[in-house]
Design a binder for this molecule. Structure first.
Ligand SMILES: NC(=O)c1ccc[n+]([C@@H]2O[C@H](COP(=O)([O-])OP(=O)(O)OC[C@H]3O[C@@H](n4cnc5c(N)ncnc54)[C@H](OP(=O)(O)O)[C@@H]3O)[C@@H](O)[C@H]2O)c1
Length: 248
């Protein structure tokens, strides 16, 4: 297909929560969207909503832990829309719990999705942005990437890793006219919390969140839009947003 006249964004984890909210928001701003995640039906619902409102969106089943799935997703996006102006690395999982006695498969899942998946997707998209001479990579991190809390150690590791990788990337690619933004939300009301594998850790975190008036996914989409709509000479490198009642 010929290159789209609309800006094009590839969003991982677009099937629910923050990723779906970013997709809907960017769709309303005229972006054409490649929506990547594992759940096909949920992706199709988001894509259909965006198309019904006059936008452009394709659902792409993609597992960011699998390099071949990432390669297919990037190739498909370029076939569909001709280019990738914005990459939003948002896919993530959170499995809280103390280090001693942890189910280490939960550690692997967090590292594979939150950190390695984000790095591999960036690696796959970067050459196309460099060839185009412009681009914007938005990495959804967390306040867990800025502070360390008991019972959240490996999630902290992944999000600190995202922040470190983002800053290293920024220093390498600003010369290519590619912006890098890391967005660090506090607690957001999404299904992420319901998927915490350890029942005790899940109950504790949900009780913590309930007392906070959490952010909505749309609040985070607003932070992404803030970074994307800055003038071309301004690079917003980090946005931190918390519920007003959240201390940590
Ligand atoms: N909710 C919070 O309090 C909060 C706070 C700070 C930061 N964050 C971060 O925000 C991001 C989005 O989370 P959310 O709160 O919106 O939760 P969510 O609704 O559970 O969204 C997570 C997304 O990641 C996708 N995903 C998970 N594993 C994947 C894989 N292997 N390959 C591709 N996609 C995968 C999920 O889609 P599929 O299951 O369909 O694959 C889903 O779309 C995460 O990086 C999270 O760490 C969340």
């Amino acid at each position: 297909m010929a290159a789209s006249t609309h800006p094009v964004a590839l969003i991982t984890g677009a099937s629910s929560g923050i990723g779906a909210a970013i997709a809907r928001d960017l769709g309303s701003r005229g972006y054409y969207l490649a929506l990547a995640a594992r759940r096909k039906d949920a992706l199709e619902t988001v894509a259909r909503d965006i198309r019904t409102s006059g936008g452009g969106a394709v659902p792409l089943v993609c597992d960011v832990t699998k390099p071949e799935s990432i390669a297919a997703c990037v190739a498909h996006t370029r076939e569909e829309f001709g280019r990738i102006d914005v990459l939003v690395n948002n896919a993530g999982v959170m499995h809280n719990g103390k280090i001693a006695g942890a189910d280490v498969s939960e550690w692997r899942a967090m590292i594979d999705v939150n950190l390695t998946g984000l790095m591999l997707m960036t690696h796959a998209v970067l050459p196309h942005m460099q060839a185009a001479g412009s681009g914007h990579i938005i990495n959804i991190s967390s306040v867990a990437g800025k502070i360390i809390t008991v019972g959240n150690g490996v999630y902290n590791v992944t999000k600190w890793g995202v922040n470190v990788f983002s800053e290293a990337l920024r220093k390498e690619v600003y010369v290519d006219n590619i912006k890098v933004t890391v967005v660090c939300p506090g607690v957001v009301d999404t299904e992420l919390l319901d998927k915490i594998a350890n029942p005790e850790a899940r109950a504790n975190f949900k009780a913590f969140a309930a007392g906070l008036d959490p952010l909505t996914a749309d609040d985070v989409a607003g932070a992404v839009a803030y970074a994307l709509t800055a003038p071309s000479y301004v690079s917003i490198n980090e946005v931190v947003l918390r519920p007003a009642k959240q201390e940590r």
